[in-house]
Structures are given as C-alpha cells and as structure tokens.
Design a protein around this ligand. Structure first.
Ligand SMILES: [Zn+2]
Length: 292
C-alpha cells in the first residue's frame, strides 16, 4: 500500500515537472521574438530589457535581472555590444549560462576599419544562423524537447529565407548609383554586405555624438557629388544633426529600425519589412528639386 501511495505521489510530482517550461531570460526583444519562435510553448521567456530603452545605454539593474530568476539561460546579442556582460556573468548563479547569439555570425568590418560592426541582426540570414546557436543550447538544456525545438527552428529558418528573398527583390528596384546607405550611427554594415550597398556611417557605433568632424566634412563633400536622395536615422533617436546634414545634401532623412524592433510587440519580419520599404522609398524616388 505504501509503495502504491508513493507511486501515486511520484506521479503527481512528476506531471508538473515534465511539463514545466524551460525558463529563458532575454536581454533584447529581438532575441525574445526568435526564442518564442524556436522554443514555442516549451520555453518561458522573461523579458529583461525595459520598453523604450536604448540598446547602447542599457545596463540591467538587479531588479530587472530578478525577472529572470530561475532561468537556465540568458540570451544576449554578443559581439561586445552589451559591455556589462562580464559583470553580469560574475553575478549569475552557477546553473545559469549567458548565450551570445551573435557568436557564430561572421564579422563584417566598419568601412576602412578593422573594427567589426556589432549590429549582426540586421539581416535575416544572420538571424537564421543565430537560431541554430539557440537551438543547440535549448537541446542541451532540455533534450526531451529536441523534436519540438527542431521543428520551431526549421520553420524559423524557412521564414528568414523567405524574408531574405522577398527583400532582395524589393531592394533590386534601387538604381546602382543610389545603392549607398548613409546612416547616423554605424549599424548597417551586415545589411549592406548582404544586399550590395555601400555602407557610409557618419558617426560611431553607438550614437550620433561620436566621430570626428574633419573626416565628416570630407565625407559630406564626397556625398554631395553623388546626389544621394536619402540618408537614414535611427527610429528612436533625436536626428537633429542628421536632418541638418540631409538638408545640406538636399536629401530626405528617413528613420530606420537599426537597434531593435520598430515598435513594442512588432515581429522581426515586420521590422525588417519596414526597413526595406523605407530604404526603397528613400532611394528609389526621383531626386528632390534643387534648392536655389
Ligand atoms: Zn546601434
């Protein structure tokens, strides 16, 4: 009888255990979106990144990290964009690992530099590559759900391929002499390499405040000769300086979503679609009328 009761007790104890979702903390909404798609209902995602924060200035507080309490995995962008990671790693419990999803994405350097552009997520092909890194980590932590994770990642990879192919066709409408992506901060080198654009960041990696004015003046002179139709700011920034530069170049200034999703709750696909249609709109239109 006692053995029978123990069996019943164990059974009820095991049911919630076998169905308990693996808890995963996410340091950016882009990564949460990917994890939802790959892990499905087999994982529980704790979003650590507060709404409206800036990727380049975010440094999670202990209260924010408490949301991921009990997580076995914390997802990070990597490529040194989160400079707080070493400190965070030191404070994590031993059964929780930080996974940098940009880890297996090949570097693309900033123009004329040996410094890599850390904004690897700005192509669907890189997102597909990163989803394989995520898949391997999820299987390692919860092998019982291997098949569900693999199904999720396969579908995600197909969706990223479709997005890439659709975008390539859309972007082919831009004439060759306009295939120059002038941005405020240096965030679109992966995109430019993938879609055959010349990347011209006017400032540094993190914000419009970086960069040196002498080389900016030379750059502007070169851009004036190209008669570019549009330059691009970051959707969440205050692009005053960039708007002034655009006015000087007699070009439009349109915002792109380079540091994350273009609005709270948007998917990666809709954000990438938004970027592609904005670039096509900016660079395909006839040149603006010259000012007297
Ligand atoms: Zn950025």
């Amino acid at each position: 009888m006692r053995a029978f009761l123990y069996l019943i007790y164990s059974f009820f104890l095991l049911i919630p255990m076998s169905h308990a979702a693996l808890k995963v903390g996410s340091l950016h909404p882009l990564l949460s979106d990917m994890a939802h798609r790959v892990g499905g209902e087999q994982i529980e995602i704790a979003d650590i990144f507060p709404r409206g924060s800036s990727l380049h200035s975010f440094d999670p507080s202990s209260t924010e990290m408490a949301k991921a309490s009990g997580a076995r995995l914390i997802l990070a962008m990597g490529k040194q964009i989160e400079n707080y990671l070493p400190k965070l790693r030191d404070s994590m419990p031993s059964d929780c690992q930080i996974l940098e999803l940009g880890r297996d994405v090949p570097d693309v350097m900033l123009p004329g530099s040996s410094q890599p552009d850390p904004h690897w997520w700005n192509t669907p092909q890189n997102m597909k590559r990163a989803s394989r890194t995520l898949l391997a980590a999820l299987i390692e932590l919860n092998p019982a759900q291997r098949s569900a994770y693999e199904t999720g990642q396969r579908q995600y990879a197909r969706d990223m391929d479709a997005l890439h192919n659709k975008s390539r066709i859309e972007l082919s409408r831009i004439p060759q002499d306009q295939r120059v992506l002038v941005t405020g901060h240096a965030a679109m080198c992966h995109f430019c390499k993938s879609y055959n654009f010349i990347s011209v960041p006017l400032f540094g990696i993190a914000s419009e405040g970086e960069g040196d004015l002498a080389s900016l003046a030379v750059l502007l002179q070169q851009l004036r000769r190209r008669e570019l139709r549009c330059v691009f700011s970051e959707i969440r920034s205050q692009p005053k300086l960039l708007e002034n530069i655009a006015a000087e170049l007699n070009a439009a200034c349109l915002p792109l979503s380079m540091d994350g999703l273009y609005s709270d709750g948007a998917s990666y696909e809709s954000s990438f679609d938004y970027n592609v249609s904005t670039i096509v709109k900016g660079l395909s239109n006839p040149p603006a009328a010259k000012q007297p």
